[in-house]
Design a protein around this ligand. Sequence first.
Ligand SMILES: [Zn+2]
Length: 322
Amino acid sequence: MEHSTADSRATARSWTPQRTACRFLLLLTMLVGATGCSQQETTELLPPPQKKIYNPPYPNDPVTPFQIIGNIYYVGMANYSAYLISTPEGLILLDTMLESTLPVLQENIRKLGFKVEDIKILLQAHAHVDHVGGLVDMKQLTGAKVYVMAEDADVLADGGVSDFRGDGRQLWKPVQADVILQDGDQITLGGTTMAAHLTAGHTKGCTTWSTQTEEGGQIYNVVFVCSNRVNDNIPMIDNPKYPNMPEDFASGFAKLKSLPCDVFLASHAFMFNMQEKRTRQEQGAEPNPFIDPEGYRTYIADFEYDFRYRLQQERLEKQSQY
Ligand SMILES: [Zn+2]
């Protein structure tokens, strides 16, 4: 409709030939991709993902806290994760969830027989309210030190005002880091070492943590995945608030692939099927259902595909606008 009328208009729009050329290029790109002539990701035309990668709208109900494996405990909710790591010299807490869920978090820690006051180190997956909303209160309550990946430190300190997803409003109580981390840094407490891996894109400092734990005389590599989910309705290409977003996502996936993983955990329970694994664990399943290297690889494959597909869609949309 638009095409047939555009040509006949006296005010011949200058964009029409350009647009036609762009469409031709787009078609060429599709054909090149379809014939497999090019290995470049930009020319592969990906079909829509079979799995929908999203945060399912299930309720964020309390969960009875439990031992995942070795010295690692689940103290989070049905949706938002929080992990307690016990050592002979005190506790490490990874993620504090929301300010409103703080009483549940504290109760969960106590239910497991630990003392909130014994928390020495506070870590986060990334600077979003569902992971850091309770952080400043927990810091004040325990006197524990807050360790933050450098790229998330500023946004954590301004309470989300500078969040590239946000509109300049404060989203959580600001938290000043005690220690700024760089990619690959390690933190050791009571013989347990937590390694910080920058897997950015979801936030600029999105941090995947890894450690080792022992159970039944075996040592297991544990990975706490940050989140590699593309933010809805946030442009990835030429985003002035985050120019390197696509590159960061891509290197994050490469980083995850390089990490040895036996026990796969993540910042949201749905990402690693927490409920289903916990049910099997309660039923006495052997080996421990949280030992799931295949699930880890599937997570990476699914989220990477979703990222590449969405990036392609954004590129195609941009091209068709010319
Ligand atoms: Zn997030």
